[in-house]
Ligand binder design. Structure first.
Ligand code: ATP
Ligand code: MG
Length: 391
């Protein structure tokens, strides 16, 4: 369904009310759009700041009908939105990305098959859905990581397994649901790239970012990526574009890559996973680029022109997890923001979540500077002030 560009004043809808939805709402409203959020949580971060908040389940017929009534186009902020909800909405309004594309991203097995169809290598893996497939696993995949095919995030639904006994125990522990076993690779580093693809097939990309994970959760993103050559970055961008084009994707797509040694003594890219939406590793674009990943999401779904985003400042992003809201004795406290905000080039983003839990993403801090060394030094100081590990 195409209605031509939806201009400011129209209402843009989003499935999901988490922090990504909140930053989408902020970007849409800055451009003069009205917004509608569908999320069952009455206190959802995006629902709190949106013109409309429809607090129903994602498959609730009346809720979806109301969203289609008020919103002129709909997007999503999380990949586990039921694809059928997007398909239902698409009978009434433009929906970007489409339910079929989101369905691929929801399932690690389909996602890996899609990487293959796009000509993009991923880690060696096996699908495990039955005891027979478990028994037949190629020993070369061990040591490996067993991941549930669906519903994993932030390292949840993943178990590192050293041998066959551990693999069998892990599959039991995960409830014998459909899983993929991936070979555990020796990572040189991790990077991700965000592309935006319009309904006309035009693709623009953000600069490639380098990511550091701690305990399976993104901790730090840095741009420009210090360990990534221009050739490797260009290859990541080309591959992300190919992955998007292969599924006729419309919207913002993030592809995560591992960087590993290749046989010839160089570096090779291996696709890890993709997200059919803006991504945590792209939050720096709000403060360091002249078009953020959320503005790109707005432009894609509204059919507005896409422009090539320009990085105007080197940047680091530090994720602020709920752990920071507890002191050494386990008592809840508010982190001391003032000394951090006294550092030049710090941009604090808090998501308005009403309660802190360890490992919960509460906000992020982006540090920009005129040069990369200054950004890194300031980020190091901010991390120290907050009690985060050194960079
Ligand atoms: P998120 O959705 O938050 O990115 P996730 O739970 O979907 O995370 P993955 O991206 O699959 O998890 O893995 C999380 C991290 O675990 C990776 O970024 C990487 O650091 C490590 N990891 C995952 N798979 C492998 C692998 N095959 N070899 C080595 N390290 C891996
Ligand atoms: Mg990941």
């Amino acid at each position: 369904m195409s209605l031509g560009p939806l201009l400011p004043g129209a209402t843009l809808g989003v499935m999901g009310g988490g922090q990504l939805g909140r930053m989408f709402v902020h970007a849409a409203q800055a451009l003069g759009y009205r917004t509608a959020v569908l999320d069952p949580d009455a206190a959802s971060p995006a629902g709190l700041v949106s013109h409309h908040h429809i607090a129903t389940g994602y498959l609730d017929e009346a809720g979806l009908a109301t969203l289609a009534d008020v919103a002129d186009a709909v997007t999503t902020e999380f990949e586990n939105v039921p694809a059928d909800a997007l398909r239902t909405l698409a009978t009434r309004r433009p929906v970007a990305p489409a339910g079929d594309a989101v369905a691929i991203c929801q399932d690690r097995a389909r996602e890996k098959a899609h990487f293959g169809a796009s000509g993009v290598p991923c880690a060696p893996y096996a699908l495990i859905e039955t005891p027979e497939q478990l028994a037949a696993v190629d020993g070369a995949l061990l040591p490996g990581i067993l991941k549930t095919a669906r519903l994993g995030y932030d390292g949840k639904g993943q178990v590192r397994v050293a041998d066959r006994a551990a693999l069998a125990a892990a599959w039991d522990a995960l409830g014998r649901v459909a899983c993929v076993l991936e070979q555990r690779l020796a990572l040189r580093l991790e990077l991700s790239v965000i592309v935006a693809r319009g309904g006309d097939g035009q693709v623009v990309h953000f600069p490639v970012q380098q990511n550091l994970h701690r305990d399976g959760i993104l901790a730090v993103t840095e741009v420009p990526a210090p360990g990534v050559s221009p050739a490797l970055a260009a290859q990541a961008v080309q591959r992300a574009g190919a992955i998007a084009a292969e599924m006729g994707y419309v919207g913002v797509l993030c592809v995560e890559f591992f960087v590993v040694d290749d046989a010839a003594g160089g570096l090779a890219l291996v696709a890890n996973e993709m997200a059919p939406r803006p991504h945590n590793s792209g939050h720096y674009t709000i403060d360091a680029c002249d078009c953020s990943q959320f503005e790109a999401q707005v432009r894609c779904m509204a059919g507005l022109p896409l422009v090539v985003p320009r990085l105007h400042s080197p940047a680091l992003m530090l994720n602020l997890l709920g752990d920071l809201w507890f002191d050494a004795a386990g008592t809840e406290r508010e982190p001391a923001w003032a000394p951090v905000l006294a550092l030049p080039g710090t941009h604090l983003h808090l998501y308005g979540k009403t309660s802190a839990r360890r490992g919960r993403k509460m906000g992020h801090l982006t540090i920009t500077a005129a040069d990369a060394a200054t950004a890194r030094a300031t980020a190091d100081r901010a991390a120290q002030l907050l009690g985060l590990p050194p960079l």
